[in-house]
Design a protein around this ligand. Sequence first.
Ligand code: DAH
Length: 403
Amino acid sequence: MKFTLEPGTEFIVGLPGILIISLNYLSSGLFIQKAIRVVPRCSRPLDGGFLFFMIKFFGGVFMGIKGKLKNMEENIKDVFKKINNLDELEKLRIKYLGKKGEIADVFSKMGELNAEERPLIGKKTNILKNKIETLILNKKQELEEKVKRDRLKAEKIDVSLPGYKPLIGHKHPISNVVDELKDIFIGLGFSIAEGPEVESEYNNFEALNIPEYHPARDLQDTFYIDDSYLLRTHTSPVQVRTMEKEKPPIRIIAPGRVYRSDELDASHSPIFHQIEGLVIDEEISFSDLKGTIETVVKSLYGENRAIRFRPSYFPFTEPSAEVDVSCIVCNGEGCPLCSYTGWIEVLGSGMVHPNVLKMSGIDPEKYSGYAFGMGLDRIAILKYGIDDIRLFFENDRRFLHQF
Ligand code: DAH
């Protein structure tokens, strides 16, 4: 039986229909799927996909080598068109060009052909093989490019989006004051010294002429690490450290944090800041101290500020003086800030006690010196009009950004 199906032929699908197509397919080697239109007969419609499957199945089983070649030649382009990714392409490459692939299959069956057909079909197969290789190559390039394009699309940075603004910090008002004072003192020939906040009991008290029984220790109660170490109560131990390791002339300032076991309130904090000063040389007198302090206080609080030295007592200086400036708010008239005295105390000072010099290995017969200590928090409070010392330690950006 031989049937020829013209393009556009309609026929009823059912077993005979499939048989007809299969036989036709077998005999002519034509791939007729495109040429026919399927009209379902049974209640469950058979669609083109099923038909296609049947054709492929029977075609595969019965198709001869020439038919197979022709089929491949005609459809290979479409087959590659449908490929969407590199994995599918690789599978297809193996299917056609692999060791057990379609092309290898055609070559292995060359023996079935007669001597005339063989070179012809051989040539055709080689041409097809080259065609497939080119198709693979082109498809591969196309897909790789697509992958690249997709990746670029996915990784694209939208530069029009606003970035995250880094939170910029702000210099602490205490640091502003320290820097200002450093500038003033460096201008006067001082250098900067440093000491640890965990200090020995010896440096903090003993070497500053405050022995164990001395009542001055009670005024500076602090946090003890153990029997011999504590959180320094003032920056004065930096005097001891400097004198122990340096020979006069000495001219240093030492800013830093200090601790006392004070209750926290608007004007007291267990942590606060000081700046220490020490000058040791031959023939240093109280007038040197006065001149320096006057220069510093005036550059800090203004030229017109009145200054007074008031006799005082510190165990490590003799004589000692406290320095007041005329009240910044009332200019000496009297107001709540200065407790109606007209004066605000800004520092303690004095001539270094001979015992202190001696204990640190400096000959008091040859050398003399002066020292002073200022509370930095107080200076910042007066300078910026801050009414609560606790604000310095909260690190609230809204506060810090005002200075
Ligand atoms: N260390 C003292 C205190 O914290 C302040 C002081 C007074 C420092 C007199 C000095 C000085 O160097 O000479 O109360």
